[in-house]
Ligand binder design. Structure first.
Ligand SMILES: [Fe+2]
Ligand SMILES: [Fe+2]
Length: 387
């Protein structure tokens, strides 16, 4: 039997993996191939996805490939997985088999630095697949080196799989991008059903991505991330903080006149103060949009968006978190931002008070009106001893 070994983290398995496995099985004329999701990989940090989910997704992704068999040896063993140990185990279990190890370009080029390379190369032959075609020379050179030093049996195959990686699939999921094109349909469905990689907020991010400029989109992701962190520090609901952070500027793409028109069309009432502070109106329309267009009726989320620019008297914890995250999130780069970031982690109210005081002073300097809600919040903090 020619038995292939195809290992990986598969977090998640993607179309590139499927194409590579198919290529491996055909080119190397394998009778069967063990797909082995790694336990905790020696060269990478472990992901956040559970072993069970990676195993299930791998089962789904590779089920259509002739001779592919899922092997949970490394996951069951737990801890760091060393290729040499897996090979020893396979050799013992299937002594008559000739083992062929799949390696991508990077893996093959670093093979001599792995744990016990001489033993690995005694236990199996190695199939190396080029990534782009222009790395062929480097791979052939490495094959010569491994043969000379360890008597390795290697074969180098040209192959150009899709340029995709699990981390780029994760980052598409993280940013509401189109990950569907890069993973097998069943894997996408599994991600949806089990809400992996933050899929619960994926549709929101997708909506945001469509509505906002790139800069505003990154800002919103930043506010969500910061709000989640502050929520865990100050005991607020992390999921609500994340959603409110994502959505707080949802209508910010509309210009001042469009904001007014949006209010008129939808029967949204504006106060005299709102009209005098046009930059505030997107908070009013945003809250309305979240509730009425997106159907997110959670009062905490809606009010956190509603008061994110002005604050208000009796401001709630979640409202404070969004207010502060808005000016401390990672893409903000004004001169004192590090001071406010650090302060927000120590003392949320102090950060809010100082941020608000700065805004009030700035507006007064510019001769712009300060919104009534902000002034009432300020008075309340002063009454509570803030200076
Ligand atoms: Fe805003
Ligand atoms: Fe904002």
């Amino acid at each position: 039997m020619r038995t292939g070994i195809f290992g990986g983290t598969f977090d998640p398995p993607h179309n590139g993996h499927v194409a590579a496995l198919r290529e491996f099985a055909e080119r190397c004329r394998l009778d069967r191939v063990f797909v082995i999701p790694t336990g905790v990989p020696p060269h990478k940090n472990s992901g956040t996805t559970s072993d069970k989910d990676r195993l299930e997704m791998s089962k789904i992704a590779f089920s259509g490939i002739q001779g592919a068999m899922l092997c949970d040896y490394e996951i069951k063993k737990g801890g760091k997985s060393y290729t040499v140990e897996t090979l020893e185990w396979l050799k013992e279990k299937f002594p008559g088999d000739s083992l062929v190890l799949y390696t991508g370009s990077d893996m093959f080029l670093s093979l001599h630095t792995w744990y016990k390379p001489e033993r690995i190369l005694a236990l199996c032959s190695v199939a190396a697949f080029t990534r782009t075609g222009d790395d062929t020379d480097a791979l052939l050179k490495q094959a010569d080196f491994l043969k000379e030093k360890y008597g390795a049996k290697t074969e180098v195959y040209p192959f150009s799989p899709e340029v995709i990686s699990s981390s780029s699939v994760r980052s598409l999921l993280e940013t509401g991008g189109d990950f569907y094109a890069y993973v097998p349909k069943g894997v996408a469905e599994y991600i949806e059903t089990r809400s992996l990689y933050g899929f619960d907020v994926y549709p929101i991010k997708k909506t945001l991505r469509e509505r906002l400029s790139e800069k505003r989109f990154s800002h919103s992701l930043g506010v969500a991330k910061t709000a989640k962190k502050l929520a865990s520090l100050y005991g607020a609901d992390g999921k609500k903080a994340e959603i409110a952070g994502l959505l707080h500027d949802i209508t910010k793409n509309l210009g001042p006149e469009e904001q007014i028109r949006f209010c008129k069309e939808n029967g949204i009432e504006l106060t005299e103060d709102d009209i005098n502070s046009p930059q505030v109106i997107h908070a009013v329309t945003g809250a309305w949009f979240i509730k009425n267009r997106l159907g997110i009726t959670d009062a905490d989320i809606v009010s956190a968006a509603r008061y994110h620019t002005t604050g208000r008297k009796g401001i709630t914890l979640l409202e404070k978190i969004i207010y502060v995250s808005d000016f401390t999130e990672p893409t903000r780069d004004y001169s004192d931002v590090d001071y406010y970031r650090e302060l927000s982690l120590r003392d949320l109210d102090r950060a809010l008070f100082e941020g608000m005081r700065w805004i009030i002073e700035d507006k007064r300097k510019k001769g712009e009106p300060v919104h009534k809600d902000t002034l009432e919040m300020y008075d309340e903090y002063i009454k509570n001893g803030y200076r």
